[in-house]
Design a protein around this ligand. Structure first.
Ligand code: FES
Length: 174
């Protein structure tokens, strides 16, 4: 057995001879600073109002105009009558009520309590949710009785060429 084989190539070699403490510390500090700057950047971006903007958009709290959609011909809805329709999507139930010769109101008619459909009861002049006896003012959509606390989202309508069109959904701040 030769001595050569077991000879340690460097003094006190433990395979860490190429690591320099000072240099490592510099790297550590640099890495830490990078992390700090990164964290500050993330904080700065996250504290911008993007979150609020996104939340507002997701929750649909702002007024929104959609592609206008014909609800009915004027001749097909008498004064005091109502017509069901969908707006803006095919699953968004809505109701149009003709209050006078010229005045129409429309709402998304999922009750703001637990989303049961709200009906127009002509004889009582009220919009009623049968689930828990909720009631809404037909001229404003505001709740007037029962558990609902928020108004029905109003749909802006326009009359054009003897037909009524849905134009926009008016949202309310929570
Ligand atoms: S769901 Fe309409 S009152 Fe409860």
């Amino acid at each position: 057995m030769s001595d050569q084989k077991n000879k340690i190539p460097f003094n006190e070699d433990n395979y860490t001879h190429n690591i320099q403490r000072n240099h490592e510390r510099t790297l550590d500090r640099r890495g830490f600073m990078k992390t700090l700057v990164g964290a500050a950047g993330v904080f700065a971006v996250s504290s911008l109002p993007w979150g609020a903007v996104a939340a507002k958009e997701l929750m649909g709290l702002s007024d929104k105009e959609y592609q206008h959609k014909k609800i009915t011909d004027v001749s097909k809805i008498g004064i005091g009558e109502a017509v069901d329709f969908k707006f803006p999507g095919e699953h968004d139930d809505a109701i149009l009520i003709r209050l006078s010769e010229e005045k129409y109101v429309a709402y998304q008619n999922a009750c703001t309590h637990l989303r049961c459909p709200v009906f127009w009861v002509k004889e009582e002049g009220e919009m009623i949710c049968p689930c828990h006896h909720g009631k809404f003012d037909v001229t404003t959509g505001a709740p007037t009785a029962g558990p609902p606390r928020r108004p029905l989202p109003e749909i802006q309508v326009k009359v054009e060429n003897d037909a009524v069109y849905a134009v926009r959904v008016k949202r309310y701040e929570a």
